[in-house]
Design a protein around this ligand. Structure first.
Ligand code: 5AD
Ligand code: SF4
Length: 446
């Protein structure tokens, strides 16, 4: 009987990608994925530390592993990701049933650690942040049936925004070699992948820290020429590093999807200063203007934090005004959450939770209307959609995304997964669009 593993993943795309990598490493060693945590011989929790709530959720899952381990004495229980890095070996003391603590930069040796635990029944922690990041394992069957995937091009962050724990848990910016990435992208395309999302904490800084080439725009150009790769996306971009060269590529590269996630965090210059973001409201707005000049239909999404220390009503109004001015396609908005070790902990003017909640509600309520308006405005347009798989409703419903990253559901009697189709948008809803097939899309043929 093959041994089974189960990974519970919290947090961002980077964590999802890390969990995919770990799954493939374990499958290469003969383990198989189990649907339920109860059947697994190895349970891993991949954690997020960016806000207190996410961390608490992960810790509560760790607590719930204790009875599981009591029932199954040989169960291997591990915690990986950002909370593992942040709390380190304290977790071994707090949770005596844990066997393994792995920081995000140490996941690629997971097979060896598991073998060691099995052999010696010793508890292991590996938290080195200084090492190079290793690239993906060779994907071998894991991506079967998938049309889209992530490709990590860099990891870590040197920006030290005053609220953010990421630089402490993901370490300094480190880039993967361009040749390896190009080879990997080619391999992914040969396995049926049609769309690759390049991920990193700040992709615009690709190769900048090590003074190497190519830089990010050049890397995009190289990937654009890969035969069979239909779409490229990337995330996340820091506004202070978004160059004209990169903006220009939205009007140039046929595979580069017209969507950018450009976190603004606040619409107030005073707050942006306290956050150490390195740009002003006006410079951000001028980036939006340039992006729309090059690519008028570009979809723009952002992240916003409300209730940052010192945020006065007028600062919050500046954020509200910003979403009004820009008309983002969507926003991800959060109440400021204090993370120990970050500089914002020492800032005066902390805002109470009720007030943060009020501001969050107002921001989200207005954005909902803007998003719905944007989705409504697509009704009657023809959108090119990459079909990713069955929709949520089953019964011949398929689902895909537009180039602008909006989910479209539509009906088809045949499974068209992996096809680029032209769809007429019948209805724009709050979170997705409803479409009908018009024909095949403009296939990239090079
Ligand atoms: N509190 C609230 N939101 C945060 N983010 C990062 N750190 C914090 C924090 N301490 C948000 C930012 C970032 C997104 C990934 O999470 O908006 O862009
Ligand atoms: Fe955190 Fe700022 Fe780095 Fe983004 S750029 S990961 S918000 S420190």
């Amino acid at each position: 009987m093959p041994q089974l593993f189960h990974i519970k993943t919290f947090g961002c795309q980077m964590n999802k990608h890390d969990s995919d990598s770990i799954s493939q490493i374990l499958m290469n060693e003969g383990y198989q994925q189990s649907k339920s945590i109860d059947d697994a011989d190895i349970v891993l929790v991949n954690t997020c530390a960016v806000r207190v709530k996410a961390e608490e959720k992960a810790l509560s899952v760790l607590g719930r592993l204790a009875p599981l381990k009591q029932k199954k004495r040989n169960l291997i229980a591990g915690v990986i990701g950002c909370v593992a890095q942040e709390q380190g070996t304290d977790l071994l003391k707090r949770f005596p049933h844990l066997d393994l603590i792995l920081g995000p930069r140490n996941i690629h040796h997971i097979d060896k650690f598991i073998a060691q635990i099995k052999k010696k029944r010793e508890r292991i922690s590996s938290l080195d942040l200084s090492g190079q990041i290793t690239s993906f394992p060779k994907y071998n069957g894991y991506l079967k049936g998938r049309v889209t995937c992530f490709l990590k091009i860099m990891e870590g962050c040197d920006n030290f925004c005053s609220y953010c724990i990421v630089p402490f848990v993901r370490g300094r910016e480190t880039s993967l070699s361009a040749q390896k990435l190009i080879d990997e992208a080619n391999r992914l395309v040969r396995q049926g992948i049609k769309e690759i999302t390049l991920i990193g904490q700040n992709v615009n800084s690709y190769n900048v820290r090590n003074g190497s080439v190519p830089t990010f725009p050049r890397l995009l150009k190289e990937l654009d020429s890969i035969s069979g790769l239909k779409r490229i996306r990337f995330t996340t971009s820091h506004p202070k590093d978004l160059s004209d060269e990169l903006i220009g590529l939205f009007g140039e590269l046929t595979t580069l999807c017209p969507h950018i996630h450009l976190p603004v965090q606040s619409g107030s210059d005073a707050i942006l200063g306290f956050m150490n973001r390195g740009y002003t409201r006006d410079t951000y707005l001028s980036l939006i203007e340039r992006l729309r000049k090059v690519r008028p239909d570009i979809a723009i999404t952002t992240d916003l934090i409300v209730g940052f220390p010192g945020e006065r009503e007028q600062d919050f109004q500046d954020s509200l005004r910003l979403i009004e001015d820009v008309k983002f396609d969507n926003i991800f908005s959060f109440k400021y959450s204090e993370r120990s070790g970050t500089r914002a902990v020492h800032l005066p003017g902390k805002i109470g939770d009720t007030e943060k909640q009020r501001r969050l509600f107002l921001l989200q309520q207005r954005q909902k209307e803007i998003t719905l308006g944007k989705n409504n405005s697509l009704e009657g347009t023809i959108q090119e959609v990459l079909v990713e798989g069955p929709g949520k409703r089953g019964n011949h419903q398929l689902s895909g995304r537009t180039a602008g990253n909006k989910v479209v559901n539509f009906f088809s009697p045949t499974d068209l997964r992996g096809e680029l189709l032209r769809l007429n948008i019948i209805q724009g809803c709050q979170n997705s669009l409803l479409g009908e097939i018009v024909g095949a899309g403009d296939q990239k043929t090079s």
